[in-house]
Design a protein around this ligand. Sequence first.
Ligand code: M6R
Length: 380
Amino acid sequence: EKQGFRHFMLKEIYEQPSVVRSCLETYLDASWSKEKAEEKSPINLGLAGELCDNVDYIQIVACGTSWNASMVGKYLLEQLAGIPTMVQYASEFRYSPAPMLRNTLTIGVTQSGETADTLAALEMEKQRRMALESPYNAQILGITNRPESTLAHMVDRIINTQAGIEIGVAATKSFIAQLMGFYCLAIDLAYRRQHLSADKLESLVKGLRELPNQIELILSQQEKQIEELAHEFIDTQDFIFLGRGINFPIALEGALKLKEISYIHAEGYPAGEMKHGPIALLDAKVPVVAIAMPGDVHDKVLSNAQEAKARDARLIGVTPTDDNEARATFNDLLFVPHVDELLSPIISVIPLQLLAYHIAARRGLDVDQPRNLAKSVTVE
Ligand code: M6R
């Protein structure tokens, strides 16, 4: 039941620290240290060599929030494991599949394991690969929250994201769990391919272990402020979310959460694309949320945010940086802990989930059952 929370969505947002903890307990080897890097991987997903050795490319199919998680996954698989990765909407892939490349691992990502387009895309891919001779790999890996689902039965192997049953139509804890699945997969593949130093592996593992407490900190310190901020957007009609690099998909996810439960028009953009069109939308009535996490693209995001400010947009920053420049740039600051840029999506998405939730709740909407939407889309 709701355990005192007003909606399942809020309860599920609050379950995220324990979802990350249980994923770490299951897939991270507690006895691993960098001294053991020669003997074993820090991650144990139980993946057979035939599934993931000799992989030259990865292609991922998914829909909705699972597609956004896959976009973070692409970044991780490319940056950590060095494997070129394509992410496709299942509904597009079905009717215009890319030409087949050799030695490709196909991954289907679906929380429910029942999304019709994702299942059909995977089935089609399996059939067309099986019709060919080796070395066109026909192995399929599923990332799902439902080990008993149709997906789980049709693929060669799954990563069980084990977030527990999610009732709110808006995916929150299952998204975080999918991200954790991708971290584990990317680190495991990087280890197998000797693509990361023992020091880098160690710092990633250490960073992952700190995430549950850091999410708890955001929930305990930021929710009140975000709830108050949400009150100011009761009549807002459009929102823009900006992010770059690994946080570009988080801008997409922030926009998707907001539009699906609050019915406010929202768009996520790579921050650098703003001046190629969307900047024309900006004025004092269109708030802009910029994800400005420390790392390679931090200064670029700040300068894109300043361009928005020059068009009178109200600027909300998701950032750990509390300095004069951040205070001068943003009208509202949603502080988050300072983490490695590669781990930052797990942190930066939390205030965006809370913002969407509180705007929708304040509007008196049916947060858990938004209009026109079903928890799993079992028709094409
Ligand atoms: O069960 P799936 O992950 O395959 O579902 C895919 C989408 O329908 C789903 O993520 C949808 O976009 C959510 N309602 C987003 O919150």
